[in-house]
Write a protein of this length. Structure first.
Length: 79
């Protein structure tokens, strides 16, 4: 997983609201992944990918940093 950028930190600084970490799994090898070339420019390896969305518990605005969200998403993917 690539490092998260700090965009969420800028948003939360202006509007302090809880942030819900979410993780998508099952996309690697689908038409939306970059496996085998650019996304959407190749035939998919499978036509019906089982995609899963995992949602974590809301984080208070003061804890919603890029680094903390990346850790939470990694935990969601490992579960």
């Amino acid at each position: 997983m690539a490092p998260f950028r700090r965009g969420v930190e800028h948003i939360v600084a202006r509007t302090p609201v809880p942030v819900i970490p979410m993780a998508l799994s099952g996309l690697w090898g689908s038409i939306f992944s970059r496996r085998g070339g650019p996304a959407l420019r190749k035939l998919p390896r499978r036509f019906r990918a089982r995609v899963e969305l995992r949602c974590g518990v809301p984080l208070p605005p003061r804890l919603a940093t890029a680094a903390e969200l990346r850790l939470e998403v990694q935990r969601l993917l490992a579960a």
